[in-house]
Design a protein around this ligand. Structure first.
Ligand code: FE2
Ligand code: FE2
Length: 168
């Protein structure tokens, strides 16, 4: 049984995760326009992961005997000027999501709600990876710059990313 507060916050997290998916898809659209298909692929896969995250909350709420609430949200930013800008925004966004998940965990722990604590543990670990991956790419993009051979090498690396829910 979920408390009203925990249920509200878990439902809000569905929206945050779907919003993340839209935000990353907007970033993918920028890279597509720039003909950096590998970078676009990275963010398309990222968007798929975020929808997968949203559905994990959706299923958990249902498994707890409650009804998931699906809402709309504001349009994501879509005017981008560089890969560096995008990765610094993506890192900032992942840090925000981490703080929301930490808040959720704090509530679950205060309420000693063990099913939620167990469920949220996966997300705590996932956020460590999400932040590390955006941070690494931000640093690489800064190092190679926006033009030239380096960015094309990175583009090739990012083209290989695939969505693998079984490994999630
Ligand atoms: Fe997520
Ligand atoms: Fe994420």
């Amino acid at each position: 049984m979920l408390s009203k507060n925990l249920l509200t916050k878990l439902n809000e997290q569905i929206t945050h995760e779907f919003y993340s998916a839209q935000y990353y898809l907007a970033m993918a659209a920028y890279f597509k326009k720039e003909d950096l298909d590998g970078f676009a692929n990275f963010f398309i896969v990222q968007a798929e992961e975020e929808r997968f995250h949203a559905m994990k909350y959706f299923e958990f709420i249902n498994d707890q005997g409650e009804e998931a609430i699906i809402t709309g949200f504001k349009d994501p930013k879509r005017e981008f000027t560089s890969a560096e800008e995008i990765f610094s925004l993506a890192l900032e966004h992942e840090k925000l999501v981490s703080s929301l998940i930490n808040d959720l965990m704090n509530i679950a722990q205060e309420e000693k709600h063990h099913p939620s604590i167990g469920f949220l543990q996966w997300f705590i670990a996932e956020q460590v990876e999400e932040e590390a991956s955006m941070s690494r790419l931000l640093s690489l993009v800064k190092r190679v710059g926006e033009q030239g051979h380096g960015i094309l090498m990175l583009d090739r690396e990012l083209a290989a990313r695939t969505f693998n829910p079984a490994a999630e």
